[in-house]
Design a protein around this ligand. Structure first.
Ligand code: BES
Ligand code: ZN
Ligand code: ZN
Length: 499
């Protein structure tokens, strides 16, 4: 889908539909909508009078224009209460409208860039959210289907409409940022949705290479031999049970000018998590193809970062491997030695994410990380605690934590901080080694994060547990069933906000 801009009299925009917005607690339409309604001889006002157009959140009314304006339809989308409208409201509303219009066969759709009546969102933000909502909402993953039913008709062109040319700078900026962010999130969704027989560690590295070529980043990756040289016993311990060779993937962006700051994004890249010898129950195991969502988010965020050129150096690290129960697999009770010298008692081979991240965090530190953010589909316990509504967040530096939460908030990606009190360390104290990889039933998401904390050591670090948010079981708003691309837009906002 192409996203373009249109400036001028909105009634002159010829498309299959124009989307306009309305709120429930205002007696009047927004100015642009009033302009359209005059040409429609007050049809919208009449419907509002009857309560059919009421501005309620999620409400949509379609009016056919039969030549009164150039566009064939007007869709009035409800946003709820005016003061409660935030960027996320716009993303969801636009996504739902686009999905409905696609069903009607609409190919060319305009969306009014609504301002200045809404206080919770500026013109640039509006253009960005409309772009993101449309691209993310219209996403479909059907590459393996012969009959592409859902995708018979495509909205090929989306126009951002404004009657005021003065806002062109802001609209263009928002559109570009929205296109780059949504494109990156979609890249992550595609990676997550690919089956595990295709999206192997080797394929993940190829994706990273593609991203590097497209976005002007440095790419590097290495396998078992160098992992052994570096002493990455924890990562190698997970990889032992699989025939697929593991890969440590690295993408680097160098900021123009001399920045002392070097942010490392580290993503769990388990391309399939069978549980290993501590094998998982078969129900739902298919979803474990998505256990590389953290890694996918890192590679995809880097795709956008190379294009948006923030002022800080950013590297992405993805330890990628399968977790399989092959004949050479690590056994419960085995002791592994991590890159930083710590010994780990593996009591459950299904707690593999923390093992590969342990070495990846040590590796990031060895490369000079000044700040680290890791992302991982780490624990079922986090899903029990927070559900699918928000990502669990942990860290050792409150300033960094607050920045990540803010970046998430701007992206409409909710995060909730959980504590890392020292008392929890007791649960993962090793009996036969320095540390054990599971801490019992209580506070499972926290003890997993507590384990990682030992490997982040004194580097400011944030850990995001995306187990509940990376994979949607049904479509909602701008999310489709399957990979959500969660955290990609948060990471982009985060590195762009830093100076
Ligand atoms: N990949 C899983 C966590 C997960 C669960 C992700 C559900 C997405 C949805 C992780 O490797 C795992 O298996 N964790 C175990 C840890 C336990 C053995 C301490 C879990 O959460 O059960
Ligand atoms: Zn596991
Ligand atoms: Zn896992």
């Amino acid at each position: 889908m192409k996203v373009e801009e249109y400036y001028g009299d909105i009634t002159g925009f010829s498309g299959d539909a124009i989307i306009v917005f309305h709120v429930e607690d205002s007696g009047r339409f927004f100015r642009t909508t009033q302009r359209i309604d005059r040409s429609l001889d007050g049809a919208l006002k009449e419907l509002a009078g009857k309560g059919e157009i009421n501005g309620k959140s999620g409400g949509r009314t379609t009016v056919h224009t039969f030549g009164k304006i150039k566009s064939y339809r007007v869709m009035v989308a409800g946003l709820g209460k005016k003061d409660a409208v935030v960027p996320e409201t716009m993303r969801s509303a636009v996504a739902e409208c686009c999905k409905a219009l696609k069903q009607t066969g609409a190919k060319k759709v305009g969306v009014t860039i609504q301002y200045p009546e809404l206080e919770g969102i500026d013109v640039q933000g509006m253009a960005q959210c409309v772009t993101e909502g449309a691209i993310l909402g219209l996403y479909v993953y059907d590459k393996y289907k012969e009959k592409k039913e859902d995708n018979k008709q495509e909205i090929a062109e989306l126009y951002l409409l404004s009657s005021d040319r003065k806002v062109k700078g802001a609209v263009s900026e928002g559109r570009e940022r929205g296109e780059i962010s949504a494109d990156a999130a979609i890249y992550a969704r595609d990676m997550v949705n690919e089956p595990a027989n295709i999206m192997t560690p080797t394929r993940m590295a190829e994706c990273a290479q593609e991203v590097a070529d497209a976005s002007g980043l440095e790419f590097d990756s290495f396998g078992r031999e160098k992992m052994e040289e570096l002493g990455m016993g924890a990562l190698l311990g997970v990889a032992r049970g699989s025939h697929q060779p593991p890969r440590l993937i690295e993408l680097s962006y160098k900021a123009p000018g001399a920045s002392k700051e070097h942010v490392f994004l580290v993503g769990k890249g388990i391309t399939f998590d069978s549980g290993g010898i501590s094998i998982k129950p078969s129900a739902g195991m298919d979803e474990m193809k998505g256990d590389m969502a953290g890694g996918a988010a890192v590679i995809s965020a880097m795709k956008a970062i190379g294009r948006l050129k923030p002022k800080v150096n950013v590297s992405g690290i993805v330890p990628a491997t399968e977790n399989m129960p092959g004949g050479s697999a690590t056994r419960p009770g085995d002791i592994l030695k991590a890159m930083n010298g710590k010994t780990i008692e593996v009591l459950n081979t299904d707690a593999e994410g923390r093992l590969i991240l342990a070495d990846a965090l040590s590796y990031a530190r060895s490369l000079g990380a000044t700040r680290m953010v890791d992302l991982a589909t780490l624990t079922g316990a986090c899903v029990v605690a927070l559900g699918t509504v928000c990502t669990g967040l942990f860290g050792n530096d409150q300033e960094l934590i607050d920045r990540v939460i803010k970046a998430g908030d701007e992206a409409g990606e909710k995060m909730w901080q959980l504590p890392l009190f020292d008392e929890y360390r007791e649960q993962i104290r090793g009996d036969f080694a320095d540390i054990k990889n599971v801490g019992g039933r209580e506070a499972g998401a926290i003890t997993a994060a507590m384990f990682l904390k030992d490997f982040a050591e004194d580097t400011p670090w944030v850990h995001l547990d995306i187990a509940g948010t990376s994979f949607a079981s049904k479509a909602k708003g701008y999310l489709q069933k399957g990979g959500t691309g969660v955290a990609v837009r948060t990471l982009i906002n985060f590195v762009l906000a830093k100076t």
